[in-house]
Design a protein. Structure first.
Length: 49
C-alpha cells in the first residue's frame, strides 16, 4: 500500500511538471519591441560628408 502511494505521488509530481512545461505561458509582460530613436545626434557621432 505504501509503495502504491509513493508511486502515485511520483507520477503526480512528474505530470504536474509536464503540464507546466507544455502549457501556454502565463507571463503578463507589456508588449514592447524596438522603439524608434527620437533624440538628436551629438556632433561627434554624425556621419562625415
Amino acid at each position: 500500500m505504501n509503495l502504491s502511494k509513493s508511486f502515485a505521488n511520483a507520477m503526480r509530481y512528474v505530470s504536474e511538471a509536464a503540464m507546466r512545461i507544455f502549457s501556454p505561458s502565463d507571463d503578463n509582460y507589456p508588449n514592447s519591441g524596438v522603439q524608434p530613436f527620437e533624440g538628436t545626434l551629438s556632433k561627434s557621432s554624425r556621419w562625415r560628408e
